[in-house]
Design a protein around this ligand. Structure first.
Ligand code: HAM
Length: 535
C-alpha cells in the first residue's frame, strides 16, 4: 500500500472544517487591518533562501528540499571535461566508478565524490560552494586515511565560486578549479520554500512594489522543511503569514508598524478563541550593533566552544549568533552565560524597541522580554518575537516573526524596511482541536426521494434549495425510508424532506424534524424559509 510520505499528512473532514474556520477568520482580521493577499511560488531558486535565511541556519544547512533542475547533461559534460584535461583520456567517464555516496548532510549532500585509482580525486558541487562546504571538504579530506599527498580539488562551473571564498579555500588547502563548458547552462538549483518571507521580498523587488508605498501583504500556504516529524512538527506544514514592507518614507521603519502587527496577532488569537498564549519579545539590533556583539560572542565562546556540540563549535566561528538556536541540553548552561544582544543596542535601536513597548502597553498587549530570543533565521533586525502556547508541548511556538530591515538590500533590492510574522497553522489548529465539532458544517436538510423516478424530482428540489444558500444532502430513490433516516441522522442533518409521488402531485412536501419527530407538510414555495428557521 502506498502511504503518505513521512512528515506529510492528509487533512480530512471534519478537521478541514476547522482549517476553513481558521482561514476565514484570519482573512476577516487581515481585511480589518487593510492587508492584501499575495501568492508566491512554492519553489524558488535555492540561492534566495541561502542568502536571506542564512547558510548557517538549521533551515538552510539541514532542512531544505533541494533539487537540480536540468542538471544532468551539464554534470556529465563537466565531469568529462575535467577528466580529459587531467588524464588525457578521451572517453573516460564510462570507465569511472559511480560517484560515491556523500558524507555531509543537507546542502552538501549534493556533493559528488568520484574515486579514481582508489583515491577521492574529484569533488564537485552542483552549484556554488559555500564556506561551510569548503571546510567540510577539508575536514573529509583529512579523514581519508592512508592517502598520501591528496590534493583536495573543488571543481565547479565558472562564476559559481564567490570571490570571497578563494582565500578560505587556500587556507584550508583546497584547490579551486573553474571550468567553462561551452553550450551548457549552469544547472539551476531549486528548493521547496521552507518559509515565505524570502519569496515575498523577492516579489517586492521583482515587481518594484516600492512604487506602491507601504505594502501590507498576507499569505496562507504550505512550507517544507526536512525536520524530524513529531506532534506539531511536519515536513509539509502550513503557515499563515503577513509582511509589512516598503520604503522608509512610507513609514515602514516606524515602531508603530511593529506594535500594529503584534496587536493584530492578539486580536486574531482572541477572535479564534485561543487563550493562554505568551508573547516573548526582544530586539536583536541592527547591522551596527551586530559587529560589536558578534565580536563579544566570539570572545566569550573561544574558551568554552570546545565543550559544546559540533554545530556550536562551527557556529562559534562562522556565525556566533546561531549558537542561541542550539537545543542540546548540555550546551544550555554555557549559552546561559553568553552576553546578551540587549547590552549592545545602539541608541536608535534602543529607542525603537522602547517605543514598540510603549505602544504595546498603551493598547494593553501583554508581553515578556526574552533577552535570549534571537530567532533561527539570519535576516532579523531589531524587533523579534514569538508567541508560545502551553497546550502544544515541545513544539510550543505557535508563531514567530520580526523585523528584517536589511533583507531587500541583501537580495539586491532597494532599501525596504519590513516586519512580519508566520503562524504555524497546524499548531494553531492543534490548539483549537477540542472545539472541532462546533465549526463542523452539517446539512440543513436531507432530501429522501421515495420510489422510482423520484431522483429527478429530488435533484430539482435540491437545486432550488441550494441556490437559496442551504446546505443540502441528497439520498437515492433506491433507499428505503428507514435507510434514508439513518443516513440523515449519521450526517447530523436535523431535517429530512420526503419526495414521493403524492408530494409531487400536491406540490407540498413532508418535512420531518429528526430531533423532535414532528412532521409537517410544507408547500414548495415555503420550503426554503421553513428550513432556514428550523435548521
Ligand atoms: P519560523 O519561526 O521559522 O518563522 O516559523 C514560523 C512558525 O511556523 C513557527 O512558529 C511554527 O509555528 C511554524 N513551523 C515552523 N516549522 C514547522 C514545522 N516543521 N511543522 C509545523 N509548524 C512549523 C518564519 O518562517 C518566518 N518567515 C516568519 C516571519 C515572517 N518573519 C518575518 N516575517
Amino acid at each position: 500500500m502506498i502511504k503518505a510520505v513521512r512528515g506529510t499528512r492528509d487533512l480530512l473532514p471534519p478537521e478541514t472544517a476547522l482549517w476553513n474556520f481558521v482561514e476565514k477568520t484570519v482573512r476577516e482580521v487581515f481585511r480589518a487591518y487593510n492587508f492584501h493577499e499575495i501568492r508566491t511560488p512554492i519553489f524558488e531558486e535555492t540561492q534566495l533562501f541561502a542568502r536571506s535565511v542564512g547558510e548557517e541556519t538549521d533551515i538552510v544547512s539541514k532542512e531544505m528540499f533541494t533539487w537540480e533542475d536540468g542538471a544532468d547533461p551539464a554534470d556529465f559534460v563537466l565531469q568529462r571535461e575535467w577528466v580529459i584535461r587531467h588524464m588525457g583520456q578521451t572517453s573516460p567517464v564510462e570507465n569511472l566508478p559511480p560517484p560515491q555516496a556523500s558524507i555531509p548532510r543537507g546542502r552538501a549532500a549534493r556533493t559528488l565524490y568520484v574515486i579514481q585509482n582508489g583515491h577521492p580525486a574529484l569533488v564537485r558541487f552542483k552549484y556554488g560552494p559555500t564556506a561551510q562546504d569548503i571546510r567540510q571538504l577539508a575536514k573529509d579530506g583529512l579523514s581519508w586515511q592512508g592517502v598520501d599527498k591528496l590534493q583536495l580539488l573543488l571543481v565547479t562551473l565558472v562564476d559559481t565560486i564567490p570571490p570571497a571564498l578563494k582565500p578560505l579555500a587556500e587556507q584550508q588547502g583546497v584547490k579551486l578549479e573553474e571550468i567553462t563548458v561551452e553550450g551548457f547552462e549552469v544547472p539551476q538549483s531549486l528548493t521547496l520554500r521552507p518559509e515565505n518571507t524570502a519569496g515575498v521580498v523577492r516579489a517586492y523587488i521583482e515587481h518594484k512594489l516600492e512604487q506602491r508605498g507601504l505594502n501590507k501583504l498576507y499569505y496562507i500556504g504550505p512550507q517544507f522543511r526536512r525536520e524530524r516529524p513529531q506532534k506539531g512538527r511536519y515536513r509539509q506544514f502550513y503557515q499563515i503569514g503577513a509582511e509589512v514592507i516598503g520604503p522608509a518614507s512610507a513609514g515602514s521603519e516606524s515602531p508603530a508598524r511593529d506594535a500594529e502587527i503584534l496587536e493584530l496577532l492578539t486580536t486574531l488569537l482572541d477572535r479564534l478563541g485561543i487563550k493562554n498564549w505568551n508573547l516573548e519579545l526582544n530586539s536583536v539590533g541592527c547591522a551596527n550593533d551586530r559587529v560589536a556583539y558578534n565580536e563579544a560572542l566570539r570572545k566569550a565562546l573561544e574558551p568554552v566552544a570546545a565543550n559544546m556540540c559540533a554545530d556550536c563549535q562551527r557556529r562559534a566561528v562562522t556565525n556566533p549568533l546561531r549558537v542561541f538556536d542550539c537545543k542540546v541540553p548540555a550546551d544550555q548552561p554555557i549559552i546561559e552565560t553568553l552576553p546578551r544582544i540587549g547590552e549592545f543596542l545602539d541608541e536608535p535601536c534602543r529607542q525603537h524597541f522602547e517605543q514598540v513597548q510603549t505602544i504595546l502597553k498603551s493598547v494593553g498587549v501583554d508581553f515578556q522580554i526574552n533577552s535570549r530570543l534571537v530567532r533561527g533565521l539570519d535576516y532579523y533586525t531589531r524587533t523579534a518575537f514569538e508567541f508560545t502556547h502551553g497546550a502544544l508541548g515541545a513544539q510550543n511556538a505557535i508563531l514567530g516573526g520580526g523585523r528584517y530591515d536589511g533583507l531587500s538590500e541583501s537580495l539586491g533590492g532597494p532599501a525596504a524596511p519590513g516586519i512580519g510574522f508566520a503562524i504555524g497553522e497546524d499548531r494553531l489548529v492543534l490548539a483549537l482541536q477540542e472545539s472541532a465539532n462546533a465549526v463542523q458544517i452539517k446539512p440543513d436538510v436531507y432530501i429522501a426521494p421515495l420510489g422510482a423516478g423520484m431522483n429527478s424530482e429530488a435533484a430539482k428540489l435540491a437545486r432550488e434549495l441550494r441556490r437559496q444558500d442551504l446546505v443540502v444532502e441528497l439520498g437515492d430513490e433506491s433507499f428505503r425510508l428507514k435507510k434514508s433516516f439513518e443516513t440523515a441522522t449519521k450526517l447530523g442533518a436535523r431535517l429530512i424532506l420526503i419526495v414521493g409521488e403524492n408530494e409531487i402531485k400536491a406540490n407540498a412536501f413532508a418535512l420531518k424534524n429528526l430531533d423532535t419527530g414532528k412532521q409537517t407538510s410544507v408547500p414548495r414555495a415555503e420550503l426554503a424559509s421553513k428550513i432556514q428557521v428550523s435548521a
